[in-house]
Structures are given as C-alpha cells and as structure tokens.
Ligand binder design. Structure first.
Ligand code: NAD
Length: 362
C-alpha cells in the first residue's frame, strides 16, 4: 500500500460518514490566547490530518513549521499564512527558543527521529507533543522524559484514540461492567504495505515494522479496556516477503495476560488489509468496534442490542486542544510520556518473546 492508499484506508470511513461541524463541549470558552504549535516534519500526517485539525482547535493554532525541504516551507507559509520567522529547519529549530509565538512542538517525524527533535524542542523551552511510538526503545524514550522533566516542559504522546468517542464508550462499558467483566480481548490492526523504499521498512528509522506502527493501537486497546498493565506476553512472527520485510516485522501475533486474568490476543500486519478492530468478550455478552482505529467512522455493536456509533470528531483537534488545556490549566495529560515509555517496554517484550521463543513476564 502506498502512503497515499494507506491514508485513504485510514480515512475511508471518515469520508463515508457525513462530517458534522466540529464541536467539543469540554472547551466552551476559548482561552485568552491560543497556544502556538510548531509542527516538526511536514509529511502525510502533518499535511493531511494535523494541520487541518489545527484550523478547528479552540486552545491552540499552527504557529510554526520545521522542515528540511525549502519548497514545502514556501507552500506551507502560503497556505497557512506563516512567516519566514516561524519557519525552521531541523538544524535551526533550537532558535525557536526566541520565538514567543510557539508554545508546543509537535514531533511528526519517523520514529527514531523523535528523540533528537524532542530534545531540541525541550532545550528551546517548548512543551513537547510527540507522535507514537514515543521512540524505538525504552532507553531513548527515557531520554525524552528526562529532557522534558529537566526543562520543566510537558510531554504528551499522540494517542488519538484516547480521545475517540467510540473507543471511550467501550472503555466505559468495560469499566462500568455494563455487560459484565471483560474476559477476553481480540484486537487486530494492519494494512498491506506498498512503497518498499519508505522509512517504515527501515529498522534504523522505524525501530520495527507493523508492531511499532499499528500493533501499538492493539496494545493500547487492551490497556485501556482493562485499565491494567500486562504481566505476561508471548509472541510469534511470520514473514511471507523476506525481501520487503528484511529489516522489520511483517506479521506478529501476540498474547497478553493481565493481573485480573483477562487475556488479549492481537495481530499486527503489513501484509493485508481488513484488520482494524477489536472485540471484547465479557461474562454476560460482548462489545466490539470495527473499524476501531480509523481517523473517523469508527463504530461497533454490543450484544445487548444498541449500536455503538457516536458521531465522528476530529481526533487530532480534540487531543491537541486537551494538551493545550493541560498546559493552560497546569494539569497532567492522560497521554503522558510515562504511558508512551511503558507501551514501548511492552512492544520490546513482544520482540523479546519472539527472539527467545518463550513468554516474557513482568
Ligand atoms: P511521512 O513519511 O509521511 O512523513 C515523515 C516526515 O519526516 C516527512 O516530512 C519527511 O520529510 C520528514 N523526515 C525528516 N527526516 C527524515 C528522514 N531521515 N527520513 C525520512 N523522513 C524524514 O510519515 P508520517 O506518516 O507522517 O509519520 C510520521 C510520524 O507520525 C511517525 O512517528 C508515525 O508513527 C506517526 N503517525 C501517527 C499516526 C496517528 O494516527 N497518530 C498516523 C500516521 C503516522
């Protein structure tokens, strides 16, 4: 799947749904000053999701860009009314320290560049919002946490589904035991990867394959629905294209056990479309979302009848408004650096289990 068709895949349901005007009642009053957000890396996600979302946010706005491509800089300046003064390269982004219009730096570069770009942002005294996965191993994640702590800036991770109403409704069903206790979770996500030259297939830049890219959503589902951390992980891997997936994982299947006894099973894959949802089996029934992980149009069912189909919101706008609100009102973010670090710890345990051929326990 090319990056273009990957985007179409993720947005398909959003396009099918009638897009209502964006509203989020949590922020009825706009703050006195919208916080300025600088985007680092103007690739697909920044161009097609984040920048459009920043036109809808109440608490923040696009105030700067960091790019290594001069032609992109000019196009973005024109499109979003940005000045040359708010435009940086990866080598000059430390100069943001002098730019009072920028409060938050949103890091949207390949996974293994999250560390240098987050460190540069923190050193410039800016709050850091970083795309998932936080980094490619726990040591590098920890360095980001330490730098943000040292600089006294807030760190958040781009877990958009933590703000998606259908996913949150399922968390409510689980937490309030509406259909009894959750017992077994089946969560899977994948797509057929196209362009064989892209960074997602390069270990140095991606850290891993489908597991790091989309498997992380399944891990998040299991952690969100249980409210627990796994205590046992067992995994197996398969590759059907040894050339394309020479450096990273193609398909991984893994099982996690949680302290309450919940078992979750997941598959992440770059080999096929069609997996993008979850189902939770409970002591008195079940609930499911399929799709669960798209940018919009996520919907599902529950065994006692009602559909789960809460109108779409722009997940990126809601997550960014919440992060800005956390800064304005000095409250912790629910998508913390600690959460980003612990997710990477469990992803590493999946790889470790495959390598050792046995379960990993915590
Ligand atoms: P992309 O390839 O479309 O964009 C990456 C950007 O980084 C490009 O502008 C590229 O020029 C720049 N870049 C800088 N140095 C680079 C280098 N050495 N090699 C390659 N590119 C370099 O990728 P994307 O899909 O926008 O993903 C960026 C980040 O966002 C990743 O961490 C990814 O996991 C994350 N992401 C999150 C979601 C989500 O739903 N939250 C969706 C897609 C991507």
């Amino acid at each position: 799947m090319s990056t273009h068709s990957r985007r179409q895949f993720l947005t398909r349901s959003a396009a099918l749904a009638a897009a209502p005007l964006f509203t989020h009642s949590a922020f009825a009053q706009a703050p006195a000053r919208k916080l300025g957000v600088a985007l680092v890396g103007l690739g697909n996600l920044s161009a097609n999701q984040i920048a459009p979302a920043l036109l809808k946010t109440r608490n923040c706005r696009l105030a700067g860009i960091v790019t290594g491509t001069p032609s992109k800089a000019l196009a973005w300046q024109k499109k979003y009314g940005l000045s040359a003064k708010s435009t940086y390269t990866y080598d000059t982004m430390h100069e943001m320290a002098k730019n009072k219009d920028i409060d938050i730096v949103y890091v949207v570069t390949p996974n293994a560049l999250h560390l240098p770009h987050s460190l540069a942002a923190a050193a410039a005294g800016k709050h850091v919002f970083c795309e998932k996965p936080l980094e490619i191993n726990t040591e590098r994640c920890q360095q980001i946490l330490d730098a943000c702590n040292k600089a006294g800036v807030m760190l958040g991770v781009g877990y958009r589904l933590q703000y998606e109403p259908n996913n949150l409704e399922c968390v409510r069903l689980a937490k309030e035991k509406v259909l009894g206790d959750v017992k077994v979770i089946d969560a899977n996500f994948g797509f057929a990867m196209g362009d064989p030259t892209q960074w997602r297939l390069k270990r140095d830049l991606a850290g891993g394959g489908a597991l790091m890219d989309v498997g992380i959503y399944c891990l998040q589902t299991a952690r969100m629905l249980t409210g627990e951390d796994p205590i046992w992980i067992s995994a197996a891997e398969t590759k059907t294209n040894l050339v394309k997936f020479k450096e990273v994982d193609e398909t991984i299947s893994w099982t996690m056990k949680f302290p309450s006894g919940v078992i979750s099973n997941s598959v992440s894959t770059y080999a096929a479309n069609g997996l993008a949802g979850f189902r939770a089996a409970t002591s008195r029934g079940w609930f499911s979302l399929d799709p669960a992980y798209f940018y919009g149009g996520n919907r599902g069912r529950r065994s006692d009848g009602p559909e789960i189909n809460i109108p779409i919101t722009d997940q990126f706008a809601v997550e960014l408004d919440d992060f800005a609100d956390c800064i304005i009102n000095k409250r912790p973010t629910k998508v913390s650096g600690e959460m980003g670090l612990s997710d990477v710890k469990y992803l590493m345990a999946v790889y470790e289990s495959i390598k050792k051929g046995r379960p990993v326990t915590f």
